[in-house]
Design a protein around this ligand. Structure first.
Ligand SMILES: Nc1nc2c(ncn2[C@@H]2O[C@H](COP(=O)(O)OP(=O)(O)OP(=O)(O)O)[C@@H](O)[C@H]2O)c(=O)[nH]1
Ligand SMILES: [Mg+2]
Length: 618
């Protein structure tokens, strides 16, 4: 069978390649208003105007064909046909930002010079129009010697014309007419030519966009900007608690109904315990955190889509440089707030290997969303929901503190790593500021639905399996009359071995038991506590309680705080270790990360426990 002709989307970062890819193929690849969203080759299919199917690949954005970072190397290899196991492209689509032509044309000239059948998508013409620019697509087409199609990827404008132009290009061997040796021309020569073409094709208005500049003068201000960033984060964490109460209640009610029904339907015995204490209690205790996770992502998605995130990166650049990180590390670190895995993959945009390695090693310290259930349970059970005045809640404040602790820990770790294992000079910050955009509610909803799906799928697979295994280990061997089942069980025995090790940092037997399965995924700690208390009590009323209610007041406060600190630092996630292994191509760094994070977690939890005890909080 003949493979489908390959068409590659290439261009500068943030030009709208992924948006165009989604519009053409119906896929839902992540788009975001900052450079470096796509770090891997993604492919899909669509049909040309004459019905011929083609395979379309979406590539990471690059600035030239002589790449510095690993993601850019992918792009070059695909375009030049050197990618192992990949056929050379039948055509390429150069995606450029119409409002940023002089920058984007430089790379476009290099690409045109390759002599492949080429079409240009002059994207974001809507934004250019908003800024009052008029662009002469025909003149561009004449200058470059390739068809130029104006598009608005997010409104699906220009797609038919693009398909038609590609239909002519795919299968034609005709090299473009103006195939100069631009591939090898110097940077300045290319730049000069790009500027000249852009100037000839663009009509600029008298007044330029100064609204954005005025906004930036405030948002990028070293003091005011930083204050706004902190305030934003603060509001975000308050909202996580303040807005989630009602929906969490509904989910809890739903699970109690299911639990009640299962209790009535099944005869008392092991099967009922398995279903009620193991599966429903385990999965239910995690799923109730869906609303909080969605609130967190609502903020992150809106900030990403608006163009604010890169401003935040810019603000943090000084601080990051101070600890020896490049400003480029900001976006990967920020993605790690969702999950360290995409965060670590996003480090592919960092060209300096030592910069990149440092970022990979500290990414697990950013508070990923899997920690939220753990934090929320412990905060809910041990920190009173007190109003601190001005509508500031104590619980949100503690959560904010935990996130800050993770960030400070990461900065401290980077500082030390940069002076020891990953010594070297820090790279400089070079990132274009994207234009401000109103987030599209539809995009945000799709993004939220995707996050909800990822979370529920995890609950239905990983967490379900872990809960099942845990129930087995907690239920067997069966304790004789008068002995505690949890203590007597296999899990209890394993925990007893670990307990002496964690006793000095204030942990008890239950915690020792919860942190072992949480190695697979952090949320399992919550499921584990839920199951432990469910099995331990014969009291039917316990079933009606949430994990938070069951835990309330059971541990001394210093223990609860130490437990939180443990989760700030401990590398409780196997997938992250696996990704570090893959991205660094060796076992050395994942093992190093495991080691240093466990040591850090132990010290931080211990210090917290003893400080809190000394302060008389117990
Ligand atoms: N107004 C407008 N916005 C667009 C258009 N195309 C893309 N965008 C927005 O521009 C931003 C960047 O789009 P992406 O598709 O992620 O850009 P990309 O070229 O894939 O970027 P990288 O993956 O970082 O190389 C997103 O916020 C999109 O919603 C367009 O035609 N008009
Ligand atoms: Mg992309």
């Amino acid at each position: 069978m003949n493979p489908l002709p390959l068409v590659a989307l290439v261009g500068n970062p943030n030009a709208g390649k992924s948006a165009l890819f989604n519009a053409l193929t119906g896929a839902r690849q992540k788009v975001g208003n900052y450079p470096g969203v796509t770090v891997e080759r993604k492919s899909g299919r669509f049909s040309l105007d004459d019905g011929r199917p083609v395979e379309l690949v979406d590539l990471p954005g690059t600035y030239s064909l002589d790449p510095g970072s690993p993601d850019e190397a992918v792009t070059r290899d695909v375009v030049t046909g050197h990618q192992a196991g990949e056929r050379p492209p039948a055509a390429i689509v150069i995606v450029v930002d119409a409002g940023n032509l002089d920058n984007h044309l430089r790379f476009a000239l290099q690409l045109v010079a390759l002599g492949l059948p080429t079409v240009m998508a002059l994207n974001m013409v809507d934004m250019a129009e908003r800024d009052g620019l008029t662009i002469d697509a025909e003149m561009l087409s004449r200058e470059l010697g390739i068809p130029v199609v104006p598009t608005v990827a997010v409104r699906r404008r220009g797609l038919d014309e693009l398909r038609a132009a590609l239909g002519k290009a795919v299968g034609s061997n005709a090299a473009p007419e103006v195939a100069e040796a631009a591939e090898h021309s110097s940077y300045t020569a290319l730049q000069r030519r790009a500027r000249a073409i852009a100037a000839a094709a663009t009509t600029r208005p008298e007044v330029t966009r100064d609204a954005a500049e005025r906004i930036d003068r405030v948002l990028l201000h070293p003091v005011a900007g930083l204050a706004i960033l902190l305030a934003l984060l603060f509001v975000m964490f308050q909202a996580v608690f303040a807005w989630s109460e009602a929906p969490i209640g509904w989910i809890e009610d739903g699970f109690s109904v299911i639990q009640g029904a299962a209790t009535d339907a099944l005869p008392a015995g092991l099967l009922r315990s398995l279903v009620v204490d193991g599966l429903i209690a385990g999965v239910g205790s995690v799923v109730v955190f869906l609303p909080q996770i969605l609130i967190l992502f609502l903020f992150i998605l809106v900030l990403e889509a608006s163009g604010y995130m890169v401003r935040a990166a810019f603000l943090m650049d000084k601080l990051m440089a101070g600890v020896g990180l490049s400003g480029r590390a900001f976006i990967p670190l920020l993605s790690s707030f969702a999950c360290a895995i995409p965060g670590i993959m996003a480090t592919r945009t960092i060209d300096d290997p030592k910069d990149r390695l440092t970022t990979i090693l500290i990414a697990p310290l950013m508070t990923c969303s899997a920690r939220l259930p753990v934090y929320a349970v412990i905060i809910g059970a041990f920190i009173p929901a007190r109003d601190m005045g001005y509508g500031i809640g104590l619980q949100g404040l503690v959560l904010f503190g935990l996130y800050i602790a993770g960030i400070l820990g990461a900065m401290a770790a980077a500082f030390i790593l940069r002076r020891t294992v990953t010594r070297g000079a820090a790279g400089t910050f070079m990132m274009e500021l994207p234009r401000y955009q109103w987030p599209d509610p539809r995009d945000i909803l799709i993004g939220l639905a995707q996050r909800a799906w990822i979370f529920l799928r995890r609950a239905g697979t990983l967490i379900l399996a872990a809960s099942l295994l845990l129930w087995l280990l907690l239920s067997f061997p069966q304790a004789p009359e008068g002995r505690s089942q949890v203590e007597y069980s296999a899990a209890g025995c394993i925990a007893s071995v670990l307990e002496p090790v964690v006793r000095p940092i204030g942990f008890n037997h239950e915690i020792a038991l919860a942190i072992i399965p949480a190695m697979a995924a952090r949320e399992v700690a919550v499921a584990a506590l839920g199951t432990v208390y469910s099995i331990e009590s014969d009291d039917e009323t316990v079933l009606e309680q949430t994990v938070t209610e069951r835990l309330s007041g059971r541990w001394p406060l210093p223990t609860a705080l130490a437990f939180l600190m443990w989760f700030v630092f401990a590398p409780q996630c196997l997938s992250t270790i696996a990704v570090i292994r893959r991205e660094t191509n060796s076992w050395r760094w994942p093992l190093f990360a495991l080691g240093y994070l466990f040591v850090l977690a132990y010290i931080a939890a211990g210090a917290t426990f003893w400080t809190a005890t000394a302060l008389g909080l117990g």
